[in-house]
Ligand binder design. Structure first.
Ligand SMILES: Cc1cc2nc3c(=O)[nH]c(=O)nc-3n(C[C@H](O)[C@H](O)[C@H](O)COP(=O)(O)OP(=O)(O)OC[C@H]3O[C@@H](n4cnc5c(N)ncnc54)[C@H](O)[C@@H]3O)c2cc1C
Length: 395
């Protein structure tokens, strides 16, 4: 066998590049690292097609901690990545609206968030109307607003910055797909690439995003992570809508529709109905326009009447790295094939958790255990024992 790397990572977007960055740069891993990426344009990666937003409004402490580390990295971009580092961060907060049915959950989440040190406040409809006078409070019992530590950024600048830093620290990148994984006993021994190369590896990291289930299957491992289509619509509004945060309308008026500013426009979307949500075909990036016409637009116009006159500018579809078991990450070593490491299944909140997840995987490899945030709750063994992580705030 010609080539050998200590760590081979399948997928070079936010999870793969963050893992490589933390290994080589921040944890000073002396071994060799190869990131295998089948499409170095990343055009169809979840990372590039995401809404690139970061929040602390989760109900699971570990999710909050991962995202808080994302914020810590964003706040120290120049310290970590150099004086020119910039990802176009807009720290404008999430505003989550709840109806009376969702009020208790919002209050319970708020207790967890506050205990974690997040700067989230609960506000009533009168206060919403005072701060955002263009917004109707129909159906709203309570809202949560992130005063700091939440917002959005440019996905490509984020990925490009971390990927370049990983390369500069000595990680190698190969343009190929991982097409085979050989195992012997309890170990991965080598991977086969689409260009025919066979590469021996000490540790294999699955960072293949929506394709993670397929990559795990190459090693005979069942991982219920699959591509699920999510559409993002770019709209223009004639009227000035000043200071809109990332609005998550969790009331029955809008069934989870979100909208946030994007330059002179806004981007918006919604998760499809669970009954119709299904695995997306690998090449299916067709936009589901009826979702906009039938659900999103009417909901937006009800919540912010000025959106009645909005104009659809363009739209795209991306694939969530959707974990069908509990919509949360799977991180850590496979219980039997011990040098197979997962960094998968973030289901809509992965771009913000990239640094936290990448650091965690790097710690497992370098130190043999978690050092910063204990993420054992997201281990693969919960799939075996049937214990889902219940996160009340999945978008
Ligand atoms: C529409 C949309 C909106 C989103 N909004 C947000 C948001 O606002 N905030 C947030 O935190 N998250 C959001 N997400 C989720 C987030 O984008 C993902 O969780 C995260 O980007 C996953 O990163 P990844 O590196 O695991 O996967 P990806 O970015 O998909 O990268 C996987 C990479 O692996 C490569 N690959 C696949 N198979 C192979 C193989 N066999 N060999 C080699 N390479 C391979 C792919 O080419 C790809 O580049 C959103 C996702 C979508 C689709």
């Amino acid at each position: 066998m010609a080539e050998q790397y200590d760590v081979v990572i399948a997928g070079g977007a936010i999870m793969g590049s963050s893992t490589a960055y933390f290994l080589k740069k921040e944890l000073g891993f002396a071994g060799s690292v190869l990131v295998v990426e089948k499409d170095p344009t990343y055009a169809r990666s979840a990372t590039m097609l995401s809404a690139a937003s970061i929040r602390q409004q989760f109900s699971t402490p570990e999710n909050i901690r991962l995202s808080r580390f994302g914020i810590e990295v964003i706040r120290d971009l120049k310290g970590r990545f150099g004086p020119d580092a910039d990802i176009g961060f807009h720290e404008r907060g999430y505003l989550t609206l709840a109806s009376s049915a969702g009020e208790a959950i919002l209050r319970a989440n708020h207790l967890v968030q506050s205990a974690e040190g997040s700067d989230i406040e609960l506000i009533d409809p009168a206060e919403i109307a005072r701060r955002w006078p263009y917004m109707s409070t129909e159906g709203v019992a309570l809202a949560a607003y992130g005063r700091s530590g939440e917002g959005w950024f440019d996905a490509w600048m984020w990925l490009d910055m971390i990927r370049k830093a990983a390369k500069a620290a000595g990680a190698h990148y190969a343009h190929a797909a991982v097409t085979g994984i050989a195992t012997a006993g309890d170990r991965v021994t080598s991977v086969t690439l689409s260009d025919g190369r066979e590469i021996a590896c000490g540790t294999f990291v699955n960072a293949a995003g929506p394709s993670a289930g397929d990559v795990a299957a190459l090693a005979g491992i069942a991982l219920p992570v699959e591509p699920r289509k999510r559409c993002v619509f770019v709209v223009h509004c004639r009227e000035e809508i000043e200071g809109l945060p990332m609005l998550i309308d969790g009331t029955s008026v809008a069934s989870g529709v979100y909208i946030r500013p994007e330059g002179q426009y806004f981007i918006c979307g919604v998760s499809p109905d669970e009954a119709t949500d299904a695995r997306a075909g690998e090449d299916d990036f067709e936009v589901d326009y009826p979702l906009f016409d039938d659900l999103i637009w009417p909901a937006l116009a009800t919540r912010i009447p000025a959106f009645e006159a909005l104009k659809l500018v363009r739209a795209w579809a991306g694939h969530y790295d959707f974990h069908t078991f509990d919509h949360n990450a799977v991180i850590g070593r496979h219980p039997e094939i011990s040098n197979f490491v997962f960094c998968n299944g973030f289901s809509g909140h992965g771009i913000q958790q990239g640094p936290g997840a990448g650091r965690a995987v790097a710690e497992l490899i370098v130190h043999g255990g978690y050092r910063s945030i204990d993420l054992s709750v997201f281990g693969y063994d919960r799939l075996v024992s049937g214990r889902p992580v219940v996160e009340a705030n999945i978008i």
